[in-house]
Design a protein around this ligand. Structure first.
Ligand code: HPA
Length: 237
């Protein structure tokens, strides 16, 4: 395949930076570009999956929505890595807590992702159910955490294939059997694509709700917490 790809309308290499931050929500990508970046150029609007390139403290960086779920991030991250020369994708998302020691607004750096998903098996026959984030990216994020004082916990996350499950309590088994402290829906596919294409991926998550305590966050509180996480990741690049 060549560029433009079916889902990204960029016709030249170099428009998208080596490092792409990926929130799930394309409007959050716009928020990051508007709030933190200078000299911003919008590069994608296909399906309203907005993508922007700009500069953070002089460094070129892109930010683009991934959509929700492994099918969606699987498409966008593959196209960015394989056809646009992107080297690093850092997902910045939200997760639901599975564990009483993982609280809303905690920031989790995914060490690895466990999943029941068939994504990796279908993609290239890989049958493992845990895929690690890239060590170098995680080291940079931890170093940024030290410098900025924005705390992160390094943990295993559950990349779930399904948001609405009939058996709500199933999460307890995933927590106890597989040591997952929280649930999101994208990292496993992102980490897999990075591995098969010899690229790097990481994932930083803010806890937005808890399956244990049923605490949820207000949209204003969420925005503040997410802003911290964005700063952390931007400082790491
Ligand atoms: N489930 C799956 N993904 C999520 C959740 C959740 O409860 N919260 C934030 N992302």
């Amino acid at each position: 395949m060549s560029i433009p790809t079916p889902h990204i309308e960029v016709k030249e290499l170099g428009v998208i930076a080596d490092t792409v931050l990926m929130p799930g929500d394309p409007l959050r990508a716009k928020f990051i570009a508007d709030t933190f970046l200078t000299d911003v150029v919008q590069f994608n609007s296909v399906r309203n999956m907005f993508g922007y390139t700009g500069y953070y403290k002089g460094k070129k960086v892109s930010v683009m929505g991934s959509g929700m779920g492994m099918a969606s991030i699987g498409i966008y991250s593959y196209e960015l890595f394989a056809f646009y020369g992107v080297e690093n994708i850092i997902r910045i998302g939200t997760a639901g807590s599975y564990d009483e020691n993982t609280h809303v607004y905690d920031v989790i750096l995914a060490e690895d992702a466990w999943s029941e998903s068939t994504y990796a098996k279908v993609q290239n026959g890989y049958t493992g159910d845990v895929i690690r984030a890239n060590d170098e990216l995680n080291k940079s994020i931890l170093a940024a955490s030290e410098r900025t004082g924005i705390e992160v916990k390094v943990r295993r996350v559950h990349s779930s294939s399904v948001f609405y499950r009939q058996n709500f309590d199933e999460y307890k088994q995933t927590r106890d059997k597989h040591n997952c402290v929280c649930v999101e829906m994208e990292s496993f596919a992102l980490f897999h694509n990075a591995n098969v294409l010899n690229k790097r991926a990481a994932c930083v998550l803010t806890i937005s709700d808890s399956l244990v305590s049923h605490v949820a966050t207000s949209s204003e509180e969420r925005q503040t917490a997410f802003t911290k996480m964005m700063e952390l990741v931007l400082e790491s690049i």
